[in-house]
Design a protein around this ligand. Structure first.
Ligand code: SAM
Ligand code: SF4
Length: 341
């Protein structure tokens, strides 16, 4: 970090890690529960955390405010499935009220199953764009991947979001021999519907029934295959997340690639994650964490900020995911649904 950056951080109290990266983005998990059981994310008989361990809505609000006071400008609500959290509309409304008062943007990543019921609340709270996970446009395959999800309900939820004025980005985890032949149709469908599409490499997080190496599809190969049919050119567009975007000339659309395995994206990392129990993780790919809930519930004044400063010092330079060893233990034991994707 340059002396100028250090000086600036001291002056504004903002968060920066020991590699000089400004941390301005919080991914806040509001629950580890979910109504789907996506095969790459969870086990079929997932054990969820006891409710008493989960932060209350008031605690989530207090935590978000404490982060905003330290320079967090963007918050993405996630989970588990954020829209299954009881009282979520209240939290959305409360945090939406922070937009323009320290917070620049409030967003959400959702599986879309409850979007019809919540789209208006999101829009009214000032949310402008959301990510919806959609790994297949085939009802049977969608049901298989999600272990019981209804495609029609999710598509209806996406329609409701658009009716409410929300921009929708589709997230699709690229899965070898499962949905890889659907990538191009998905790209065309997204272009025709006006959604950006982001493809994600499957990451080794938590034990699942399948062997991830069987399903891992490197996106550099997907990109080359698409380039045989489409003109893909790098786009300047960034959303604050790890996706790198390409213009798809023939479709007039945008394609994002999240490539933790084939192309490490840690250099520009600007984010931390907090679980629904208030554990702050500085990196998706590491086990290190600090307990913010204890500081929120029992800590002496200043303890929360002290922990945030410590978290900044602990933030690692990069993750070290590998997925090319069949049968290997996952890089980290916790599932994506716990940390918040
Ligand atoms: N339930 C919501 C959803 O599915 O959008 C939000 C939470 S989910 C954990 C967030 C994102 O993480 C989703 O796009 C999901 O596809 C992705 N995801 C889950 N497990 C993953 C894994 N092991 N590797 C890569 N992406 C994963
Ligand atoms: Fe639930 Fe999202 Fe995980 Fe699927 S990816 S099981 S929808 S948390």
């Amino acid at each position: 970090m340059t002396p100028e950056q250090k000086q600036r951080d001291r002056e504004d109290g903002g968060l920066a890690d020991s590699f000089g990266r400004r941390i301005s983005y919080l991914r806040l998990s509001v629950t580890d529960r979910c109504d789907f059981r996506c095969r790459y994310c969870m086990t079929e008989r997932m054990q969820f955390l006891p409710k008493r361990e989960i932060l209350t809505l008031e605690e989530l609000t207090g935590l978000a405010d404490a982060f905003i006071a330290r320079g967090i400008r963007r918050i993405r609500l996630t989970g588990g499935e954020p829209l299954v959290r009881k009282g979520i509309d209240t939290l959305i409304r409360t945090l939406g009220g922070r937009i323009g008062y320290g917070l620049d943007e409030l967003t959400m990543t959702t599986n879309g199953s409850q979007l019809r019921e919540h789209a208006a609340a999101l829009a009214e709270a000032g949310v402008r764009r959301i990510n919806v996970s959609l790994d297949s446009l085939d009802p049977d395959r969608f049901g298989f991947i999600t272990r019981g999800g209804e495609l029609a309900t999710v598509l209806d939820g996406i329609a409701a979001a658009r009716e409410a004025g929300l921009a929708v980005k589709i997230n699709m985890v690229a899965l070898k021999d499962l949905n890889e032949h659907e990538i191009e149709p998905m790209l065309r469908w997204c272009a025709s519907e006006g959604h950006d599409l982001t493809l994600i490499e499957t990451m080794p997080l938590g034990e699942i029934e399948d062997d991830r190496t069987d399903r891992y599809l490197p996106l550099d190969g997907v990109r080359r295959a698409l380039e045989a049919r489409y003109t893909l050119t790098p786009a300047d567009y960034r959303t604050g997340g790890p996706a790198r975007y390409l213009h798809v000339k023939e479709l007039g659309s945008r394609l994002g690639l999240i490539t933790p395995l084939t192309n490490n994206f840690c250099d520009g990392c600007n984010r931390v994650r907090v679980t629904a129990t208030g554990q702050i993780y500085m990196c998706l790919g590491h086990e290190d964490r600090l307990d913010l809930r204890k500081a929120l519930r029992e800590g002496p004044p200043g303890e929360f900020d002290r922990l945030l400063d410590k978290a900044m010092r602990m933030k690692p330079e990069r993750h070290s995911f590998r997925i090319d060893q069949p049968g290997a233990a996952p890089a980290v034991a916790r599932h994506m649904s716990v940390t918040g994707g």
